[in-house]
Design a protein around this ligand. Structure first.
Ligand SMILES: [Zn+2]
Length: 153
């Protein structure tokens, strides 16, 4: 059994941050589920990904496989230039414009400032079923659709 990190982030809402009351309410609830669940907000926008990335990403328009080096460079550029404020890219395959978060990824990825995190390194009993059960409970408390990014290592 490897270690799994589960991160819950808002779906396609990079700058969403809960109000202090919502966050406090959520943290209180999370404590009742597991002392290892951690909800937090960062000043910086961050990329959350499964860690398997650079392979198997395809273009949403023409289906061509995206070169891993090109993708990594595009992510680095966006972070360096404007801290992920601008995710606009032009696909190298068919020259169509899109954004970094709208490619076809083999695993979920996302950009966010707000996240809820738990690792099986600290909570060995946490698993996919519990993550799926927890998701709507988090959504209800902050009024946003969330998605789960799982990283295994
Ligand atoms: Zn294309």
């Amino acid at each position: 059994m490897g270690t799994y990190d589960y991160t819950f982030i808002p779906e396609n809402d990079i700058d969403f941050v809960p109000t202090p009351d919502e966050l406090k309410n959520l943290q209180k609830f999370l404590e009742t589920v597991s002392p290892h669940l951690d909800a937090g907000v960062t000043e910086e926008r961050k990329l959350f990904e499964s860690g398997f990335l650079s392979e198997g990403i395809t273009c949403p328009f023409c289906g061509a496989e995206v070169d891993g080096h090109w993708w990594s460079q595009a992510v680095t550029d966006s972070e360096t230039d404007n801290q992920f404020a601008d995710l606009d890219i032009v696909m190298p395959c068919c020259k169509k414009a899109t954004t970094l978060d709208r490619l076809n990824y083999p695993w979920p990825i996302g950009f966010a400032r707000f996240s809820v995190y738990i690792s099986t390194a600290q909570a060995p009993d946490f698993d996919d079923d519990q993550a799926a059960l927890l998701l709507p409970k988090i959504e209800r408390r902050i009024g946003r659709k969330m998605k789960i990014i799982v990283e295994k290592y």
